[in-house]
Design a protein around this ligand. Sequence first.
Ligand code: FAD
Ligand code: EPU
Length: 337
Amino acid sequence: MNIQENISLLPFNTFGIDKNARFFAVAKSTDEVKQLILKSEEMKLPLFILGGGSNVLLTKDLGALVIKMEIKGFDLVGENEEGVLVKVGAGENWHDFVMYCIQNNWAGVENLSLIPGTVGASPMQNIGAYGVEIKEVFDHLEAIDRNTLEIRRFSSEECKFGYRESVFKTDLKDQYIITHVVFRLSKHPKINAEYGAIKQTLVEKGIQSPTIKDISEAVIEIRKSKLPDPAIIGNAGSFFKNPTVPVFTFEKIKSHYPGIPGFPNEEGIKIPAAWLIEQAGWKGKRFGKIGVHQYQPLVLVNYGGGEGTDIKDLSKKIQESVLAKFDVLLHPEVNFL
Ligand code: FAD
Ligand code: EPU
């Protein structure tokens, strides 16, 4: 285990921000993670856990020991007529895991194709896309308690999954390091093609009875057409969550803006943040090295050489103007560091 000093995190975050880690080490096993926790205590430095760096905004150098999670492995830990239980190392790439499931004809994660990042980070915000969230295929996870070094198993209920939420972002923030996630996948696919864009793509391709591979390919096509590729333009996907407002708030906005899109859920009406940001006049706006994406205003971008603090400031201005115009507060999805 090699601990390096003053390492640039530029290659390790999809926003492409050039900030340093005071110390940096890769962990390939649970034991290595435990040793690094002890090391950080010895060094009297905080710890920061990094997966693929696709949901973080670096606003400063990290005076910490950064552990890059690289615990690998796919293990079949259960199987019956219905499906399989697969235990996956936290450091596996999420999309590689999705492809592995599709090759084996195990259904459940095909709608989540091409989401960047690692398997270990997937429960952090209960990743979701195109009508599916990981809580639907999640069985349990294993995590190291940062204080006691004990391994604790978390059920789905204990993870308290919500929309882009889990207990690891709230009550238990910075207390556990996820080492493995166990998923329950099905041998009898329930195809979920309800999302408008998927339906439309399948019609265009003339596919009437889609397989999980067809769904995955449709999702990949849609995502490539909508979202900027971080390898070309730095970004972290949706910068804000889509807000849910009470019905009366929605009706009030609608009386002034009849075209407002809204999707009812248990708590009220979900409004696309992209629509609010576009109406507030930010779509495609560029400010030097950073800006608001030209096709998807929910995505803030770094054209190269931008600073995390500038992106943070821009996000505050967007929040303020959406609040002033619609009386709706946008909450960031991205983790500020
Ligand atoms: P990181 O950014 O490295 O870390 C995120 C947070 O999790 C940090 O707080 C980190 O400390 C913590 N963390 C990471 N690994 C662990 C671990 N093993 N144990 C404990 N804590 C850990 N998200 C969606 O939900 N749906 C989408 O459709 C989607 N599309 C995206 C598209 C693009 C182009 C991009 C760039 C991002 C998108 N995202 C999406 C956001 C992102 O991909 C997910 O949040 C992903 O799960 C982050 O994984 P990561 O490994 O990169 O996490
Ligand atoms: N819209 C506009 N203007 C635009 C673009 C979109 O008004 O320029 C409105 C339209 O009404 C459109 C709506 O926004 O119907 C929704 O857009 P889209 O389908 O692209 O989805 P999104 O709300 O922007 C969410 C997730 C994505 C996920 C997709 C697909 C959040 C915060 N974002 O995006 O997740 O991939 O749906 O399910 O929930 C992420 O979390 O990082 C992420 C990319």
